[in-house]
Design a binder for this molecule. Structure first.
Ligand code: HEC
Length: 709
């Protein structure tokens, strides 16, 4: 076990560093993060100053006061309940005893990291209506810190700087065209005094880009577009001229996509900024780029010069992607010894299920292997770097093709972690597929996702046997992956996907929250389960660890949501029914706090009106529902518990009430817009008929199931 010596040495180093931290910190300005502090972030392991802790984005902490020997004594130190009930995806920062994080609706909180006492809160007042532009819930993944300010993006596209001491606004910049359907959910990064931020919206007809703003003033310094616009107009950069040769048709009329909605990484030595880009609009190439082409720079990792935003290299993981396999998942930088040579690598486990190791100076592919089951490709061609696609992966035909993984991704935004001590990457893996079929008569829609795939054909079949076999195949796991050997070292099976981000520590520990509502610790070297605490809700976000006054804490933002419980319907109950409670949970050895005692979750009872509509009416309602409603209220009218399940809604009682919400916009401030511009009164009547039909169908199958028992 090579690990042993390492851990012993590291224990000493960490102790020394903990002593130094006490004397060195002492800065009186809160969040006074700068280039030299970031460069020597390992000298102050008690702080977590950037999304992935350091610029290497490893989500690894050198702290080891909590370790695999004493973690059983880890208890709740404090918790802080939030005022929203939507998805919580933020990784908190902790700087000199203060914790900063975002919650749903892009709100920001600063708490005393030792006690949980609120220091300040900031609400950017995101209009509820903007929620319709978010593919994947009104989430936010966190803040950045620099020179005494806290930076974050808002769902409606603003970048805001707050005074870290008071929470007062310093500046605000609109980073998007307010008439387009952009959203910001990702955490910014700051380097060399530049705040870097991207955005999302590739399903909603936007053109992807990443921007750098002056941290002091909020002024735009540069912008890099990821996909070309109308080629009859001048290109913004030589990179766009090159990219335009890889598209066909009139892609720009649909925006193009390729959004930079999550992953960013920066290497100060190479002065390179790495961005991950998303899928194109539409998913299906039939409407996006009908004569083929690689569609650069979608589904790619692109390296830019941080000083100018100029293109340096790219590596495209999925040329001409058709599966929503974007490359926006976390990128981790490390120095790895491969074939006797130390290589500066970039590691990523993107949605497509392959683990990539790239040379981050050149973009050259070092290795790539599947980290879980995939059926869309057999391998990656090491000469060209292109995937060797399976014949059945493309879906030009009339029948849906089941491709694994699907749009959920074998791994999504949930931070993975890399421990330089074990040499392992820890990946929260989803195992699920999707039935892809190109939509027959695609038309760009305003208030719906422009997928270009048949969302009715992709819906969960109601034949009990078929449904069971699909549900049985959908799972999750925590995988410990050796990036040099490209093989799994250990794995923990989970009943379903969408478990939390991962933290690894020098205490030989790996922490992960689960979709079933626990927060757990494993021995990093072996995967032995060492500790678990009930979170009372599903946990998606990435944990962090820090010290205050020499005492180590572990924190995770709990709260269920995101695209999985919103869109996937019955699949989202694979890990059981969880409550939806949004709160910060913080643990330490021998902590004394306790969560409130809650009653058992009661299964809701269906009491729908009788289903009297014609088959034709219900069919039309199904198509309308799947296109316009399923992304929030769930596939085939089964909601994952974050947004109301319409089958149970009292709004079903009359057409008038239903329509006052769906057309009248009664709940617009709560994120339920009016669909009056998109849907007719008859369309909405049909949607109601369909939901009533589904409610009665569900009630029947529940009765049958219970009479069998
Ligand atoms: C962008 C997400 C989103 C989409 C898309 C969406 N809804 Fe909603 N809907 C919501 C939210 C959020 C609420 C809860 C609002 C609240 O808190 O009162 C809601 C509430 C409702 C309600 C009230 C339910 C109740 O019992 O309180 C109805 C009815 C409804 N939606 C119908 C629809 C229909 C029909 C569609 C498609 C045409 C649709 N919604 C599309 C987000 C969405």
């Amino acid at each position: 076990m090579k690990g042993f010596l390492h851990f012993a040495t590291l224990a000493l180093v960490a102790l020394l560093l903990a002593i130094r931290e006490k004397t060195a910190a002492g800065s009186s300005t809160p969040a006074a993060v700068n280039a030299s502090r970031m460069a020597s972030a390992d000298q102050e392991p008690g702080n977590w100053m950037s999304y992935g802790r350091t610029y290497s984005e490893q989500h690894f902490s050198p702290l080891n006061l909590i370790d695999d020997q004493n973690v059983s004594r880890l208890k709740l130190a404090w918790y802080y309940d939030l005022d929203t009930h939507r998805g919580q995806e933020a990784t908190p920062l902790v700087i000199d005893g203060v914790m900063y994080f975002t919650s749903a609706w892009s709100k920001v909180f600063a708490l005393n990291a030792a006690t949980g006492k609120l220091l300040w809160a900031y609400d950017p007042q995101v209009p509820g209506e903007w929620a319709i532009n978010a593919c994947c819930d009104v989430v936010n993944r966190g803040v950045a810190a620099w020179d005494g300010n806290i930076f974050f993006g808002t769902l409606d596209g603003r970048l805001i700087a707050l005074d870290a001491a008071t929470g007062k606004k310093i500046w605000q910049t609109l980073t998007i065209d307010g008439n387009s359907r952009y959203t910001i959910t990702g955490a910014p990064r700051v380097a060399q005094g530049k705040v870097i931020i991207g955005n999302g919206g590739a399903e909603f007809g936007v053109r992807g880009y990443v921007s750098a703003y002056d941290a002091a003033t909020g002024k735009l310094i540069w912008r890099f577009y990821t996909v070309p616009a109308d080629p009859s107009k001048p290109f913004e950069s030589p990179a766009m001229a090159k990219a335009a040769k890889t598209w066909s048709g009139k892609w720009w009329t649909l925006g193009g996509g390729g959004t930079v909605w999550n992953a960013l990484a920066y290497d100060p030595d190479l002065d390179l900024l790495y961005i991950g880009t998303g899928n194109g609009t539409t998913w299906s190439e039939k409407y996006r780029s009908p004569e083929g082409g690689d569609n650069l720079f979608t589904c790619s990792i692109v390296a830019l010069k941080l000083s100018t935003g100029e293109y340096v290299w790219h590596y495209q993981q999925n040329p001409d992607d058709e599966w929503d396999f974007d490359s926006d998942e976390d990128m981790i930088l490390a120095d790895l010894k491969i074939d006797g040579r130390t290589r500066k690598v970039l590691m990523q486990a993107p949605k497509n299920g392959f683990f990539y190791v790239l040379d981050r100076a050149t973009g050259g592919l070092i290795s790539a292997k599947p980290y879980t089951f995939v059926n869309w490709a057999t391998d990656i061609d090491m000469k060209t770097g292109r995937p060797i696609e399976a014949a059945a992966a493309r879906y030009a035909g009339a029948d849906p093709q089941v491709v694994v993984p699907g749009p959920l991704g074998a791994h999504s935004w949930h931070p993975m972690s890399y421990s330089p001590l074990t040499g392992l990457a820890y990946i929260p893996v989803n195992d699920s597929g999707f039935a892809y079929k190109a939509e027959e008569n695609f038309e760009a829609r305003n208030l719906a996702g422009n997928f270009g795939v048949d969302v009715v054909a992709a819906g969960m079949p109601q034949d009990p046997k078929v449904k069971k076999s699909i549900l049985d195949s959908i799972k999750g796991k925590l995988v410990a992956w050796d990036p040099i050997q490209q093989k799994q070292v250990w794995a923990i099976d989970r009943p379903g996907p969408w478990n939390g981000g991962v933290l690894s520590t020098a205490g030989n520990l790996v922490f992960e929250g689960t979709a079933s509502g626990n927060f757990e610790a494993y021995r990093a070297s072996t995967g032995e389960k060492l500790w678990s605490a009930p979170a009372q809700t599903g946990v998606m976000a990435g944990p962090v660890t820090y010290t205050v006054n020499g005492e180590q804490y572990v924190a995770v933002l709990a709260g269920w949501g995101g695209v999985f419980p919103l869109a996937t319907g019955e699949v989202s109950f694979k890990s059981g029914r969880v409550r939806n409670i949004s709160r910060m949970l913080v643990y330490k050895l021998n902590g004394k706090a306790a969560l409130p005692v809650l009653p058992e979750i009661e299964a809701p009872v269906l009491r729908p009106p009788a289903s009297t509509a014609t088959t034709e009416d219900i069919k039309h309602g199904e198509a309308t529902y799947q296109r316009f409603c399923s992304t929030c209220h769930g596939d085939v009218a089964v909601s994952g518990g974050v947004i109301p399940d319409l089958r149970y809604s009292s709004a079903l009682s009359t057409d008038q009430l239903f329509s006052s919400i769906v057309l009248g916009g009664l709940l617009r401030k709560e994120g339920m817009v009016s669909f009056a511009r998109e849907l007719s009164a008859d369309d909405v009547k049909s949607v109601r008929s369909y939901v009533i039909f589904r409610a009665n169908q569900s009630k029947e199958s529940a009765t049958q199931a219970s009479s069998k028992k």
